[in-house]
Design a protein around this ligand. Structure first.
Ligand code: NAD
Length: 435
């Protein structure tokens, strides 16, 4: 049985709270690809394929030909930021892409002028800017965001919207009473409850407007009962949290491999130097705590020390990020991994990943917005666990542990696409080939 999927007709508006390094690299990249100036490397929706039927059937369409995704020419960008720079100026400041390339896509990027942000310095301590909604309660600010969306929709002739948080990492906070029910949350908005973070006001405004929402940062945001309930009530798909790009991506490649061969691990020391604005924000211990939580959770979930105490019970895991301006967006991440084999004999693995943070993140933004839009047109609502593939801390149904192994995540993603189109799931059992 296949699900009914509405066609991807008309324009799809992509709204990003935060017009910084990641979001402008994404927008500039899409404009460049449309002009034939580059390839969408790193994007599963643009380059990936999905095998259908038996291995002998030779049916391997591109994902974008198999499910009806919006095309790059149908995308329109907008967003909010505390700074007034348009997306071209913000991209120049971010220093991720070459000035020459940016000049070629300048016209498109200049049109993206940030709307006034909902901001609170208690949640992001290291930066401040003038382009903010200064008056009104949080409830009134949520209304203003909903009006911004309506205005954007009308001004750009957009049929559907998706919102993806590409704003700075907010300080760590646990769910409070105000986050438990929609009624408590709405009362909290009216009273401007300090436990409600700006990113939660954006998420609320999106869900109330029927707009799918993704969270690229580790903040709590919509991972609370009040907003997850709202997403289901409004039939809106959501996903998060924290793009899985550099060091954690490497971890989710390597750790399943160690476990697959029953090799032990006594220590995993990870450190990074990073010099962009994200690195500056993460200098604040509160923002770093949000990041640390998502980065640390991965190994425990993959290695399952409760099931394999001889291998992982005493694992020492540490993650550090150091702000180091000379490197800008070109992060360097080191991992020292102490492993052991047969009879406990020790070995070491070293990784030195000289990566580019936003170059890794931009294709994830593209895939997420296209897949969330697809999910909405397919009538899927609430947490989209099949998009775990993209996140460091995948959101799940309550009581369910997240699946971090990237290959299981990819299988789940592709099986979900097969399920949407009424194709057989692929289990990799393959006994039929030997009958
Ligand atoms: N690049 C990666 O590989 C990667 C990986 C995982 C997560 N992330 C997360 O993605 C987010 C964006 O990263 P980036 O490198 O683009 O950071 P950035 O600092 O370049 O951009 C973030 C932008 O958000 C704006 N902002 C902050 N609070 C806001 C608010 N309340 N409303 C509107 N705008 C707001 C800031 O002014 C800034 O321009 C960060 O939270 C980062 O931790 C990035």
């Amino acid at each position: 049985m296949s699900t009914t999927i509405a066609p991807a007709k008309g324009k799809l508006g992509i709204l990003t709270p935060g017009i910084g390094a990641v979001s402008t690299t994404f927008m500039a990249g899409v404009e460049a690809i449309k002009k034939g100036l580059g390839e969408p490397v790193g994007s599963l929706t643009q380059l990936g394929t999905v095998r259908l039927g038996k291995r002998t059937d030779n049916r391997v369409p591109k994902i974008k030909d198999f499910v009806p995704l919006a095309g790059l020419n149908q995308l329109v960008f907008g967003g909010w930021d505390i700074f007034e720079d348009n997306a071209y100026e913000a991209a120049v400041n971010a220093q991720v892409l070459e000035p020459e390339l940016l000049r070629k896509v300048k016209t498109g990027l200049q049109k993206v002028k940030p709307m006034k942000a909902v901001f609170d310095r208690n949640y992001v301590k290291r930066i401040d800017g003038p382009n903010v909604k200064s008056k009104g309660s949080l409830a009134e600010k949520a209304e203003m965001l909903m009006d911004d969306m309506k205005t954007f929709r009308a001004a750009n002739g957009v049929d559907r919207l998706v919102m993806i948080w590409c704003g700075s990492t907010e300080v760590f906070h646990r769910p409070a009473k105000v986050h438990q029910t929609l009624a408590a949350f709405e009362q909290g908005l009216a009273k401007s409850d300090p436990d409600i973070a700006p990113s939660q006001v954006y998420a609320y405004a999106a869900l109330k407007s029927g707009v799918p929402f993704a969270n690229g940062a580790p903040n709590l945001t919509h991972d609370i009962p009040a907003l997850l309930g709202l997403a289901r009530d409004q039939n809106v798909p959501v996903c998060g949290k924290d793009f899985k790009t550099g060091q954690t991506y490497m971890k989710t490649l390597l750790a399943p491999g160690l476990k697959a061969r029953m090799l032990g691990c006594s220590g995993w020391f990870s450190t990074n130097i990073l010099g962009n604005r994200d690195g500056e924000v993460l200098e604040d211990p509160g923002s770093f705590k949000s990041k640390e939580e998502t980065k640390l959770s991965v190994l425990d979930q993959i290695l399952q020390p409760n099931l394999y105490p001889q291998l992982y019970k005493d694992l020492y895991h540490s993650v550090k990020i150091n702000y180091y301006p000379p490197r800008g967006d070109q992060k360097e991440g080191w991992d020292n991994i102490d492993i052991y084999g047969w009879l406990g004999y020790p070995m070491q693995i070293k990784i030195d990943f000289l990566c580019r943070d936003s170059i890794l993140a931009a294709p994830l933004v593209l895939d997420l917005v296209l897949f969330l839009d697809l999910a909405q047109r397919a009538g899927m609502k609430g947490v989209q666990e099949w998009l775990s593939f993209y996140f460091k801390a995948p959101m799940t149904a309550p009581g369910l542990y997240p699946e971090h192994d990237i290959f299981i995540q990819l299988m789940k993603l592709k099986n979900t696409l097969r399920w949407m189109r009424g194709e057989d799931m692929i289990t990799h059992l393959g006994l039929e080939y030997y009958d």
